[in-house]
Design a protein around this ligand. Sequence first.
Ligand code: SF4
Length: 241
Amino acid sequence: MPTPSKSKKPVFKTKRTKTAAIDLNESDKKIKKQRIKTILKKLAPLYQDNPIEIDYETPFQLIVGTILSAQCTDKRVNMVTKTFFDRLRTPQDFLKLKREELEELIRSTGFFRNKAKNIQGAAHQILENHNGEVPEKMEDLVKLPGFGRKTANVILSALFHKNQGVCVDTHVLRLSNLLELSDFNDAIRVERDLMALTPQKNWHQISHFLILHGRRVCVARKPDCEHCVLAKICPSVSLKS
Ligand code: SF4
């Protein structure tokens, strides 16, 4: 009995397949870059004039406001800091307070014990290691207690107009997924994607605009697609919302 002939294995043209995959990635990247360009253009008139929503007069007060803003709205932070920022301006001022006094002042921002500890820890580090000046390098800022890349980016951009990264909070993460700028759901990888797609000079803007858009229009509970200026380019638009 003749042995059945083995079916011919399909021949893969590895080189072409690889090239096609690269082309696809490249064209996908091009589309996303164009989408970012449009997002910046559409959102600039809405949010350009709202640089940062935390009130402060001295650099260290921005450090304090940023620490207090964890798990708390900027509005509440501003209400609380308004009661003591006129007398507490420098790292030394915050270190003169007893820990319990500081805890009482910031109690209503939540997690007040941890935040008081971080504020005085940051004041101490800034005095010890940076002659009392808020450091302007990412690697120094992320060493301050209560600080990560996200908060360090806020300081770098607001105080020093430096774009060393893209600040990714929950809004930036959610909108990056909805707008299909990144498929990831962790801040580090979303930041990496946004940095690759956005010109460096716009790193601060893209983050700032997406945060405000996420708070005001594309809110997590019910995105207001009907009134969203990004509706035409958003892959997740639902005009029935
Ligand atoms: S169109 Fe809808 S889902 Fe897309 S960004 Fe706007 S509000 Fe969000």
